[in-house]
Write a protein of this length. Structure first.
Ligand SMILES: Nc1ncnc2c1ncn2[C@@H]1O[C@H](COP(=O)(O)OP(=O)(O)OP(=O)(O)O)[C@@H](O)[C@H]1O
Ligand SMILES: Nc1ncnc2c1ncn2[C@@H]1O[C@H](COP(=O)(O)OP(=O)(O)OP(=O)(O)O)[C@@H](O)[C@H]1O
Ligand SMILES: [Mg+2]
Ligand SMILES: [Mg+2]
Lengths: 339, 493, 330, 339
């Protein structure tokens, strides 16, 4: 608003939006310069890096974890927290598979048809999300600590029945998605891509998506504006658990078996990707597109470190250092203090 | 007479917004100086500069002719100026006593809590603030918090005190007590800067007045030399008359909002209420009378222990806000920061939250339709903003309140529930907001208006006075201030 | 010869200093245990001795996801054979299949993949470790009393193998001995707490089997010291301790009489034979089950072969044996 | 407020304080019933449980982690976050020791006198805290993600120089505190006890301690009240790092060596202890006494699980379940929604 003018006119209000809009769009993409730098660094680091094969590998490797980032971004935007997603990645497919395979292969001997494994797996993920939501919303417990306890419990629910053993005789159905190739690209990339587009559109242009921002930004105001806050939050937790289970399916297909550590330790990377991608830990801020750029940064860094064969001892230092730098760049480019 | 405080040629920008553009103020020692201006004129920004919270981009601040201390030297600032900020500086998790003596619990060594509590109680008694020193500040209501803030600012013993809209959340008796206090301080030679949108208060308590308009200084004059109309003209840049309630056709018959036997333990008991289309029903009462609780229950923010609410012929599930809104209710909550808006979301989105469903099919929200609706609302309520995409968090208080209003009106409600609608809005905005209520009523809505301000209640066809959780009297139009206050205070049935 | 060689190598050009037979990629499983660190140190040394063109090693930090990514990168960079040590033996199956499809032979060190073709598994028999420890303690305790087994991580196959073998051997050979099992997750802190609590509960515990000297040795000694149980075997209060790994510090403790034995897991042989078989694979050699020239036996697996390297039991009697790898590192 | 009365009287407001005070005091101690239940359960589980020896063991085992809980509680109350504490537990003593021991034992060969090891270790911890504070306060970066990156980097700074090896040959000085016995109790218990008392008194009765609550509750208001917010926050991060380093010293003494994963994985337990003890993740709320009860609950649960020899596979489920139950009890007893 130009302060020299005495009466506000339509003209003054119409000049501003364009620039603000432009700024807001850029804010999602503060990591793009980082990605460009990484691509250049990678190209110098190893000639293999910029080949299609390698880049497809990077995408495929990040497909499963990116679904977790998508889930966590939704939950964070709505102002909540879910640590237990990482345990669901291993536990949901493991339990679903055990319902189908014979006892000799480590199953429960119930022998459900293999075609039911994926739906069951997603259902288990949804149930875990629903239970989290129940405790957090109905009991008004701290989301951080509930899902921390659930992280431990859900992992225990995989360790217990499998006795820590890897399940490797899996029904074909659960292996398909993570290993198939569609139109020359791994199916996992297509699936993650489609879900991210759905996330971007859903959060940008759908009522329920926008309500996540309202809830995360000020849940009292959202309630007073007629948004069914509890119901939406519950839905987000359930969706998050389901996406984590789907990530588990993709990971299972990629690895060909379900180890007892599947997904363990992912959650830190998931948060790092979401936050450097601009999603606020305080809720109400961030976009799915931003989160996606966060995933890409993490994936490219890992790939370059692998190609350059940085010593395993020093890798964490380089890795953490790059996260810090990305954070600082996204802070400077974004212009706003983070929380 | 010496100048106690001087701010010269202050420029302050927030990104694209220029909040102060070469503005200044000069306050003579010992006077109570009013600063007035429309919402967003830059008053609070000047306050944060005068109290050393923000650094001006240009210009300087002088105390008794000396340059202000460095920004980092908070102690030096606090010796020179005390302040009641417009935004709450209460820390909810701490007790009232500790809030009163924040960062000065003790001069050195260990804190003696018992002594601190005693000092706090003494302070609260001195300022006649009826709250418990050991209560958690977070458990106080808005008004009590405000009283605590005022008591704290006055207790510093600073020679210069700033009060940024201290009365926006106080009722009549509390305002009177504040003024008594201010007069006493003035007699002791304390200089004060007083910000308010109630111009009659300015005439009552201040000696001179400075007007800001659009980030600039417009005039400074002794109040005695400035007639009311001229003051308003200076603020708005045009001649404006004070708001006159319109003559309306009155209630036309259909009941649009009805409550029967509504009770909520500790707040109100067995309240019956019926609002007809074309009618504005006021709810008045002194502090803790239960009027806000009742209004919030009508909307569904609280689930009543017993009783029913019928909106526009639909019996709504108790405690279900979306159901009430769907049935045709519009709502302006008491505390805009808490329940009013989502600060990070844009003006457009905040304004259209309840009608998101109508902005597209199958759950889609069309940004262009949202923008169109928002521009219409910005126009209708004269919201001062860069446009529909500006986050509401960046707006000035009064403009944020207009956005909250816009949200209530966006769906052409059959019934409106409006709580303290004009708290902290400027004269012109006040007219716009009250006008908006009357517009809606003329279109056939019925409205419940809860307010501590008698001026607001003048547009009501009748005023229900509440006292300790019960409706004690139904006062028809034509009351005098004195009559109504007497009923509210429980002096007269 | 070592395992019967069919298919001749033939291409060895005499005296050439250059490495032979194409690049060999290697992934190290983790960098946070003394055993694996010794292994990692032996790798370049052995590669030099065997004249192997070794690619820069990658490190999967005990994470199968990283391992899969690393292997993809190694393939991309032109590895002709891959040496790996998948700590998660199931989740590697599809990677092994991919490698097989590309005709890249795999040598798996230390662990035996459950599924997916491997050229050779180079490992010592972890079940044998458990059994050796059981027999040692069983004999020392005379078949009765209480022992504690400080287990590694239950989700690692090696930990599980050691635990199961120890448990089963105790049950069948020394039914008079009570076994307490402590899941320490390879963490010294947990080991110390659990051992301390268990000794409080059962002061008459007379034997301890530690799954990993690297993490369990110091905490165990510290707890025993605190309880005044660190006494020579001649004292009736002595607690018999057998460790696993064969790092220099265990040898030192054996010499001092603090612990009684350890199973030396051959880090040097792991490195040597992993590279040896990888080179052989690139050169097109094949092997058959049977005894080898280095005191080991090759056995047939459903998905390949396994060379079971010897893992000697080290006690006070042979602790100074120069051929033990723990006596060679500095 | 009695609705029948016609005029408000002072009496109505004067009844409140006593009951409120009582409630507020109890709020620190919502876990006491949980501790009592655990003591009863433990007594039934094993006769050894209630013996002095066992209870002293529990305290000794929790001494090091309790210092981390103390540090994290201070940081959380001030409204910030520090994940990197867990890496400092291993890295600070490791680096300090390497400056003293000869190369043959894995040191740098600088050969500083052993007496300097503990001061150096604390200094390293303080430096890490200072660096965290610098990034978070000066750059206004997200504390969660900065300290997450630092968790990785600091651990890498231990792995790199040690090449992942355990340091066995330690100077006597660093072993002393963690293994000595003073007046019949392990020195570690005395140290932790003294520090907790200092924390309780400091946060309860000193201005700087109270300022943490103000900063965590509303940092703008704290600034307006003249609190040097940045300076106090920086001090808290430095203190936190120092306490983590001291925890490392105690742990090193207890274990007799510094493994490459000393402290790894502790941070989750630290948060769990602080939060079930009533410290809010949103800042401004909670007490050191409450955090201490949280530590005790975690310690007792671990002890009982060990005494009862619960199967390793199912331990996580029991463990997580108990955290959840403690959380629910503390929620019900505390009466307020958690955040
Ligand atoms: N922190 C900020 N960031 C961006 N813009 C700001 C900020 N603070 C104030 N502004 C803008 O500066 C202008 C002046 O605001 P200020 O709060 O000083 O107005 P005011 O006169 O106090 O209004 P009111 O009467 O509504 O309180 C407004 O346009 C407001 O939007
Ligand atoms: N959330 C709440 N829980 C419990 N009691 C409350 C709550 N909010 C308000 N109260 C108390 O209920 C009584 C009625 O409050 P209400 O806000 O309805 O009255 P009011 O007339 O609007 O008072 P005021 O003018 O002070 O806002 C008061 O004593 C108030 O302190
Ligand atoms: Mg203002
Ligand atoms: Mg009120």
């Amino acid at each position: 608003m130009t302060p020299t003018r005495v009466t506000p006119t339509r003209a003054t209000t119409l000049t501003a939006p364009a620039s603000r809009l432009r700024l807001a769009r850029f804010r999602d993409l503060t990591l793009v310069p980082v990605i460009v730098i990484l691509l250049i660094v990678g190209a110098f680091a190893d000639p293999i890096f910029l080949t299609q094969g390698n880049l497809v590998n990077v995408l495929q490797q990040q497909a499963a974890i990116s679904l977790l980032v998508l889930a966590e971004a939704l939950i964070l935007i709505a102002g909540k927290f879910d640590l237990s997603l990482e345990s669901t990645v291993g536990m949901a497919p493991a339990l679903a598979v055990m319902l189908a395979i014979p006892t000799s292969a480590g199953g429960f001997g119930i022998g459900l048809p293999g075609g039911l494994v994926i739906p069951l797996c997603l259902l288990i993920g949804a149930a875990i999300g629903a239970f989290n939501g129940f405790l957090i919303i109905r009991f008004q417990l701290s989301a951080f600590i509930v899902t921390l306890a659930m992280l431990i419990i859900v992992h225990g629910l995989q360790l217990g029945p499998t006795e820590g053993k890897t399940l490797f005789e899996l029904p074909e159905s659960i292996l398909y998605l993570g290993s198939a190739v569609w139109l020359g690209l791994p199916a996992a990339i297509w699936i993650a891509g489609v879900l991210f587009v759905a996330g971007i559109v859903g959060l940008g242009y759908f009522r329920v998506g926008r309500s996540l921002y309202a809830i995360g930004g000020n849940s009292d105001a959202a309630r007073a504006a007629g948004i069914r806050v509890d119901r939406v939050l519950w839905g987000v937790f359930i969706l998050g658990g389901t996406l984590a289970a789907l990530a588990g399916v993709l990971e299972t297909g990629r690895l060909g078996a379900i180890g007892s550590n599947q997904g363990v330790g992912w959650i830190f990377m998931v948060f790092a990707a979401a936050v450097i991608g601009g999603v606020s830990m305080d809720g109400g801020k961030g976009t799915i597109l931003g989160a996606l750029t966060g995933v890409l940064v993490i994936g490219l860094v890992q790939n370059i470190l692998t190609l350059k064969s940085v010593s395993g001892f020093w890798q964490p230092v380089v890795y953490g250092g790059i996260i810090l730098i990305a954070l600082i760049i996204s802070r400077i480019a974004g212009g706003k203090a983070q929380d | 007479m010496k100048n106690h405080v001087e701010a010269r040629n202050i420029v302050k920008r927030f990104g694209p917004t220029t909040a102060l553009d070469g503005a200044g103020i000069t306050i003579t020692e010992g006077e109570t100086h009013a600063l007035v201006g429309r919402n967003g004129a830059g008053k609070s920004t000047l306050v944060s500069i005068l109290t050393g919270l923000q650094r001006p981009d240009e210009g300087e601040v002088l105390f008794s002719g000396e340059t202000a201390p460095a920004l980092a030297d908070r102690d030096a600032w606090r010796q020179r100026v005390a302040c009641v900020y417009q935004k709450s500086t209460i820390i909810p998790a701490l007790t009232v006593a500790e809030n009163l003596f924040l960062n000065r619990q003790t001069a050195h060594g260990m804190i003696r809590w018992r002594a601190l509590r005693a000092r706090a109680r003494e302070l609260l008694t001195t300022y006649e603030v009826d709250v418990d020193a050991e209560a958690l500040a977070g458990d106080l209501n808005v008004e009590q918090r405000q009283l605590v803030e005022i008591a704290r600012a006055l207790s510093f013993g600073a020679r210069f005190i700033i009060l940024d809209e201290p009365t926006a959340r106080l009722d009549g008796p509390a305002i009177e007590r504040l003024f008594t206090r201010m007069r006493a301080l003035r007699e002791q030679g304390v200089t004060m800067m007083y910000i308010s949108h109630h111009l009659d208060e300015v005439y009552e308590i201040c000696q001179s007045v400075t007007v800001f308009r659009d980030a600039r200084h417009v005039l400074t004059r002794p109040v005695a030399e400035l007639p009311h109309d001229e003051l308003v003209a200076a603020m708005t840049g045009e001649a404006t008359l004070s708001y006159e309630a319109r003559a309306r056709a009155g209630a036309n018959g259909t009941v649009v909002l009805e409550a029967e036997g509504l009770s909520l333990a500790g707040r109100f008991q067995r309240v019956d209420l019926s609002v007809r289309s074309g009618e504005v029903v006021g709810l008045a009462g002194s502090a803790s009378s239960g009027k806000v609780g009742l209004a919030e229950t009508l909307v569904g923010l609280h689930r009543p222990d017993s009783g029913t609410v019928v909106v526009n012929g639909t019996k709504v599930r108790p405690g279900d806000v979306p159901a009430a809104l769907d049935a045709g209710l519009g709502f302006v909550p008491e505390d805009r920061h808490r329940e009013g808006f989502v600060p990070l979301l844009s003006v457009g989105e905040n304004g259209t939250l309840p009608i998101a469903r109508k902005l597209g099919r199958l759950g889609v929200v069309s940004p262009s339709r949202r923008r169109a609706r928002a521009e219409e609302l910005i126009d209708r309520l004269d919201i001062k903003t860069e446009g529909p995409d500006q986050p509401v968090g960046d707006l000035s208080g009064g403009n944020a309140q207009k956005v909250v209003f816009a949200r209530a009106l966006v769906d052409d409600p059959a019934a409106l529930v409006v709580i303290n609608p004009t708290a902290g809005v400027d004269v012109k905005a006040k007219q716009a907001l009250l006008g908006a209520v009357e517009d809606a009523v003329e279109r056939g809505a019925g409205a419940v208006l809860v307010s501590d301000e008698l001026d607001d209640l003048r547009i009501c066809d009748r005023v229900l006075v509440m006292f300790h959780g019960r409706v004690v009297k139904d006062v028809p139009r034509g009351w005098t201030d004195h009559e109504l206050v007497a009923v509210m205070e429980g002096i007269q049935e | 010869g070592s395992g019967t060689q069919t298919g001749a190598s033939g291409t060895q050009t005499g005296g050439a200093a250059q490495p032979q037979g194409g690049k060999i990629g290697i992934d190290h499983p983790r960098a946070d245990s003394d055993f694996w660190n010794s292994y990692i140190k032996y790798v370049p040394q052995m590669a030099g001795e065997l004249k192997i063109d070794l690619m820069t090693p990658t490190n999967s930090q005990n994470d199968v996801t990283k391992l899969v990514n690393n292997v993809q990168a190694l393939i991309g960079q032109g590895a002709k054979a891959v040496v790996m040590a998948p700590q998660d033996t199931g989740a590697i199956a599809s990677t092994l299949q991919t490698l097989a499809n590309r005709k890249i032979p795999v040598v798996s060190v230390d662990t035996r993949p459950d599924k997916g073709p491997v050229y050779m598994v180079v490992r010592a028999d972890n079940r044998a470790y458990g059994t050796k420890a059981c027999e040692f303690l069983g004999e020392k305790l005379g078949g009765k009393g209480k022992v504690v087994q400080l287990m590694g991580s239950l989700s690692s196959v090696n930990g599980r193998d050691r635990a199961e073998a120890f448990r089963e051997c105790m049950k069948s050979k020394f039914p008079g001995i009570t076994v307490f099992e402590e899941p320490t997750e390879w963490e010294g802190s947990k080991a110390a707490s659990m051992l301390q609590t268990r000794l409080e509960q059962n002061p008459d515990i007379k034997g301890i089997y530690m799954h990993a000297g690297g993490v369990h040795l110091a905490p165990t000694l510290q707890v025993l010291k605190q309880k005044n149980l660190l006494v020579p075997p001649t004292d009736s209060k002595h607690v018999f301790v057998i460790s696993n790994d064969g790092i220099p510090q265990e040898f030192e403790a054996i010499r001092k009489g603090d612990i009684d034995a350890t199973v030396s897991q051959p880090a040097d042989l792991y490195a040597k034979y992993a590279l040896y078989y990888a080179k052989a694979a690139v050169e097109g050699k094949t092997f058959k089950p049977g005894p080898t020239d280095h005191d080991s036996t090759i056995i047939q697996l459903p998905n390949g072969l396994e060379d079971q390297l010897p893992a000697p039991l080290v006690t006070k009697d042979n602790v100074d044996d120069k051929s033990l790898w723990g006596n060679q590192v500095k």
